[in-house]
Design a protein around this ligand. Sequence first.
Ligand code: SAH
Ligand code: SF4
Length: 356
Amino acid sequence: MKPSLLDFTLKELQENIKPSFRAKQIYGWLYHQYVQNFDEMKNIPKQLRDELAEKYLLNPLKIIKKEESIDGTIKYLLELQDGKTVEAVWLKMKETLTDEAGEVTQEAKYTICVSTQVGCKVGCAFCLTAKGGFTRDLTAGEIVGQVVALKRDNEHKHNRMINIVYMGMGEPLDNLDNLARAIEIFKEEEGLCISGKRQTVSTSGLSNKIDRLGEMDLGVHIAISLHAVDDELRTELIPMNKAHNISSIIEAVKRFPIDTRKRVMFEYLVIKNKNDDIGSAKKLVKLLSGIKAKVNLIYFNPYPGTEYQRPDKADMIAFQEYLVNHGLLCTIRDSKGIDISAACGQLKEKTGSELK
Ligand code: SAH
Ligand code: SF4
């Protein structure tokens, strides 16, 4: 498989492409114009365009299916060079607002949820992605390509801000090297210029990798998929909790370099009669004391064949109230795109007949 131009930082392209000033121009074509073939790179001499086309791919993935929700969420199915597929989701976070004169006072804000692997090794009991097992890591270019493809498809100009959440298929920290490379490429000023602050890595809690990500000092946020307050339940839900238990995760979070104005997000998937009781809320408060934390409660989204159930709204609210009354910031995640199965944990690889 040829490498993609989206696999490289600007510095690397400058080293590989001669004369090196061409690299900046190429970056503009890739990340400002979202070109789909080399001949669109008008100010690049034909000979160089041909050389590039021989050596590299442009975007290594293509959109093969698109489902739009009534709330504006769009779920994309993307095909990779080897025919495998991943999903990425375009989420509308804020509406466009206008004043009486029709002037735009607030532009709509979007977040892109990207995948980092085809499948996942972690095997969480509640997650649909896990059901298909693990196929392979995505390359940096395949991670970057999701954002380029979705921005292009939505005609979202390069200089309009976008947030990235690594919450699609896969465990990002299990593909740390490619993840870190993608984060750096997103940050490139000549490219998409998406700062670390706008990128959130969600992890099921590989504590040693949380430390490594911290040492890389990329300026990204982390979100911890905690889901349980005692190791017994957490191991049932997330088998690798055996090797990376709750206290090892909490310790790693305490060491993680966090922007002083920000908080670490703890995701807590609420499952009926499993972890939705006030006793769990109480333990959660204790567990997070001393951490600048924010808790995001997520309704379990059921799917055919799962033994777990969606919690009652009243229990969810009581849980939230308990946390808030005890000094924790806590939100309940509104499930976007629920009508198109784009909600959390509903992303999975599609094969054969499912595509028709
Ligand atoms: N592997 C990473 C990131 C991808 S999963 C992680 O686990 O953090 C993104 C989020 O979706 C996680 O918080 C995960 O717990 C949640 N999720 C998985 N299955 C779900 C389901 N059936 N309903 C609701 N959320 C789910
Ligand atoms: Fe993997 Fe995250 Fe799904 Fe667990 S919840 S199986 S870590 S994608």
